[in-house]
Design a protein around this ligand. Structure first.
Ligand code: GLN
Length: 538
């Protein structure tokens, strides 16, 4: 029988619930249990695909093509366990199922209500992950305890525990224990209040994880235990990590959170091995080969979460070479205003990530040009690839008004154009080319060298593509089309032969990179940047 762990958060948002859930999942899976992770988001969008990255950060894409919350990225990076569309439910998705069922007459004349109909739907979503080959499902409830919109989710997990019993479910509450400088004290009151709200809806946490800047004294722990109704040893300190988020699982393992979870679930505590993870963290803390600096030129730069997986994948690429990757985030509009020279001076590699809408596009095109002309290693992703193609068309092929029809429908050289399958689609939610598709790589190319094989599967999220009408001309001018869909119709990878390392892809490699298994393109890109750095130093 599958057992369940429910993770809630109190006091404030952004406590790193997703990282904590991912870390616990990693520890449980390292102890030999088959774990699945799931996130419930209380907002009313059906999925985050239609939201600006400024709202909830990056939209993470699963292999099966769901547009999901970025916490799923942490889940996959930490555990290597694949997520699916069942790994993320929003209130909007739950309600839309209930409402369509009501329209179909599925409730047989009943009054449709939050309890039991919405809560039943939520419990079904949880149950969907429980199966014969899953030992433990970890369900993270997004938002903060006390929000009106998270109430149906909390009521559902309360009922769920009632149904499966205490020995089959654990409640973990993550809270904030702030340090008040003026008083010189850690304050427990916010945690007392958020567990009191939980208690009023029938949930008493088994484990309290306290996010804090300073260590929790025995006295503070005892106080939290007493007032939050938790065993003292199950009050866990989760202090801000010093170097990297990948330290979190090690810190939680030191305090044996995973042991408490297994004991509460009445599961055998098998040995834990984390040597490879520890070695990886050590490389990040003290990189033996120094640092490389990579410029990331995008349009949502002021929010770090907007390019979460890209930044993580750059870190992973560094790990592969014993390097720390330092990111220089640059607004593409600043490139438009100030030119690339001053902003990009001294970087060892340049990455242009994906994006939508024309703001900042010219800055990305200028950036690709700068990388090409100055022989700086370049990785373009999705819109980043499209900008590299536009740049090449304009300045190498000499088609001055070349563009994507996303930005200039009137261009005489629509080198990037809407995919045929996208014509006529007007609905915005979930209608792009999404998820994992195969790609065949041309032997002898940089891409082939990076991957070490020629059939790859990568995740996508786009409506536009390289226009096949211009293929021959682009190739004649020196562009290498190094990867295509199996039917040869869709260009997935381009590169430049007479450049140290200039590769761009229509897909999103960042979604498949993990710290223990850095993505081949990121590994090769950072390798080229390191080469460039050593060159510059001599
Ligand atoms: N806007 C481009 C397209 O739809 C690029 C998308 C992306 O970068 N994810 O094709």
């Amino acid at each position: 029988m599958t057992k369940h762990v429910f993770v809630t958060g109190g006091v404030v948002s952004s406590l790193g619930k997703g990282l904590t859930a991912a870390s616990i999942a990693l520890l449980l899976s390292r102890r030999g249990y088959r774990v699945r992770l799931q996130k419930m988001d209380p907002y009313l969008n059906v999925d985050p695909g239609t939201m600006s990255p400024y709202q909830h950060g990056e939209v993470y894409v699963t292999a099966d093509g769901a547009e999901t919350d970025l916490d799923l990225g942490h889940y996959e990076r930490f555990t290597g366990i694949p997520c699916t569309r069942d790994s993320n439910y929003t209130a909007g998705r739950i309600y839309s199922r209930v409402i369509s069922r009501e329209r179909e007459g599925g409730y047989l004349g009943k009054t449709v209500q939050v309890i039991p109909h919405v809560t039943d739907e939520i419990k079904d979503a949880i149950r969907r992950l429980a199966s014969e080959d899953v030992d433990i499902v970890i369900t993270e409830i997004g938002g903060t305890v006390g929000d009106i919109e998270s109430l149906p989710f909390l009521e559902s997990i309360r009922q769920y525990r009632h149904e499966v019993g205490r020995s089959n479910s654990v409640f973990i509450h993550i809270t904030l224990v702030p340090y008040i400088r003026a008083a010189g004290e850690l304050k427990t009151k916010p945690s007392q209040q958020s567990t009191a709200i939980l208690r009023s809806i029938g949930i008493i946490p088994d484990i309290l994880i306290c996010r804090c800047e300073r260590p929790l004294s025995a006295e503070v722990k005892a106080k939290l235990a007493l007032f939050c109704n938790v065993d003292t040893h199950k009050v866990i300190e989760e202090r801000d990590v010093e170097h990297t988020i990948y330290e979190v699982p090690l810190e939680l393992a030191r305090q044996e959170v995973d042991v408490y979870v297994l004991e509460l679930l009445q599961l055998h505590v098998r040995p834990l091995r984390m040597d490879d993870w520890e070695r990886m963290v050590q490389v990040l803390i003290q990189p033996p080969n120094g640092t490389v600096e990579i410029a990331v030129v995008g349009k949502y730069i002021r929010l770090r979460d907007a390019y979460k997986s890209v930044y993580e994948a750059l870190t992973h690429g560094g790990i592969a070479h014993g390097l720390r990757t330092v990111v220089r985030p640059i607004e593409s509009e600043d490139i438009e205003q100030q030119g690339p020279e001053s902003l990009l001076a001294g970087v060892h590699g340049i990455l242009v990530p994906g994006g939508f809408g024309d703001r900042g596009v010219e800055g990305k095109i200028l950036t690709a040009r700068y990388a090409r002309e100055r022989n700086i290693p370049f990785l373009g992703i999705c819109l980043g690839m499209q900008c590299a193609v536009i740049e090449f068309a304009r300045h190498v092929c000499g088609w001055a008004d070349a563009h994507s029809t996303e930005f200039n429908p009137e261009t005489r050289y629509p080198v990037i154009d809407l995919m045929a399958e996208q014509r006529g689609i007007t609905a915005k939610g979930g209608t792009m080319r999404l998820g994992s598709y195969p790609c065949h790589i041309q032997p002898g190319t940089r891409a082939a060298a990076a991957y070490g094989h020629t059939v790859i599967h990568e995740r996508h999220r786009h409506r536009y593509e390289l226009n096949n009408r211009f293929r021959d001309d682009l190739v004649r001018h020196g562009m290498v089309l190094s990867g295509c869909s199996p039917d040869g119709q869709l260009v997935e990878l381009i590169e430049l032969a007479n450049h140290p390392w200039f590769v761009a892809c229509q897909f999103h490699p960042e979604f498949q990179s993990t710290p223990l298994n850095p993505h081949p393109l990121f590994r090769a890109f950072i390798g080229a940047a390191w080469e460039n750095a050593r060159h510059a130093a001599t």
